[in-house]
Design a protein around this ligand. Structure first.
Ligand code: PHE
Length: 335
């Protein structure tokens, strides 16, 4: 019996030493220390020993049990450390890391809502380059050579002929030059102007709209914009068309909606007027149709351009445009 204990100890220690992973170790633990393990069966044999040898044998067994428990625990720690260091192990007992959930930027939300509204009205989405030539940005849009919008103070020029587009209207020209009528597009994108205060940033977004076909009239423009405003801001909003001027549309209008803050009663946001300007629009100028090779006797069209930040500010009640570009998570979380 005495021999058995030493043989058992040697055998168990060899196995513990050779164990390579947690699985292996827990099998060793069960095999020697478990309820039906080898140590337990030795204890059961204690009755076969002479009375006087029993206490001594019991004590030795107990010591072996403690020793094996400690050695297995130590080996377990060693395996854990090693696998953490080599990166081969995966410790499923560590608490998980919950990934932060992202969300869409408020401007992206407004853009997607705009696409949804206009694709529902049969418009396709078109795009153009942010670096434009003077011709597409101004010339083809019927800007006279000495028009103040060409002034260095409004535009970011890149050399003498190229500039960062100051509006999305050049996409009108690119689309019309690339296909015959009918045309029914919206063109979202970034535009650039030398301007910076609480309602202007040097880069902002516009959505251009263009529809050219037979017999398109100003009332079609009114219908499309009314549908847009009602879907974007609510059916209770009224629209007001004010005469305006753009070189590429005739007649031209600026469109106001009844103030979203005071419902038209007059407040600080609408400077007591009850109205807020939201976009520019008009009937495509015959000179522009001629420039792209369309016949103004055959087709007519309307165009409009809206500021995306402006729509977002009005819809969400944001009073400083710069907040959209500061990436302050506390601001962005609110939408
Ligand atoms: N491009 C004009 C602007 O940026 C807006 C506009 C677009 C006006 C289309 C009329 C028609 O101010």
């Amino acid at each position: 019996m005495a021999l058995d204990i030493e043989a058992l100890r040697a055998e168990a220690q060899d196995l513990i030493k050779a164990a390579k992973d947690m699985d292996c170790l827990s099998q060793i633990r069960i095999r020697y220390l478990g309820r039906k393990g080898e140590l337990t069966s030795l204890i059961k044999n204690i009755g076969h020993l002479p009375q006087e040898e029993r206490p001594k044998f019991g004590e030795r067994l107990n010591q072996l049990k403690l020793a094996l428990t400690r050695e297995i625990d130590e080996k377990q720690e060693a395996i854990k450390k090693l696998s953490a260091k080599t990166g081969t192990g995966l410790d499923l007992t560590l608490p998980g890391i919950r990934p932060e959930r992202g969300r869409k930027h408020p401007l992206t939300q407004i853009l997607e809502e705009t696409y949804h509204i206009f694709t529902g009205l049969g418009f396709k989405i078109a795009e153009g380059p942010e670096i434009e030539t003077d011709y597409y940005n101004f010339g083809a849009l019927n800007f006279p050579d000495d028009h103040p919008a060409r002034d260095m103070h409004d535009s970011f020029y890149l050399g003498t002929d190229n500039l960062l587009r100051t509006h999305t209207s050049p996409v009108q020209i690119r689309v019309m030059k690339s296909q015959p009528p009918p045309v029914r597009i919206i063109a979202p994108g970034k535009v650039y102007r030398r301007d910076a205060d609480i309602t202007h940033t040097p880069m902002f977004h516009q959505v251009e709209g263009l529809l050219v076909d037979n017999d398109v009239s100003f009332s079609d423009l009114k219908g499309v914009l009314t549908s847009f405003v009602h879907q974007m801001f609510g059916p209770d909003k009224r629209l007001r068309f004010r005469p305006s001027f753009f070189p590429f549309t005739e007649p031209s209008a600026e469109i106001d909606i009844s103030c979203v803050m005071c419902m038209g009663k007059g407040c600080r946001v609408c400077s007591q007027s009850g109205w807020l300007e939201i976009l520019g629009a008009g009937m495509v100028h015959p000179n522009v149709l001629n420039e792209v090779g369309y016949d103004p006797e055959q087709v007519t069209g309307f165009a409009f351009g809206a500021g995306v930040e402006r729509i977002a500010m009005l819809k969400y009640g944001v009073d400083d445009i710069r907040l959209f570009f500061e990436n302050d998570i506390r601001f962005l979380r609110q939408f």
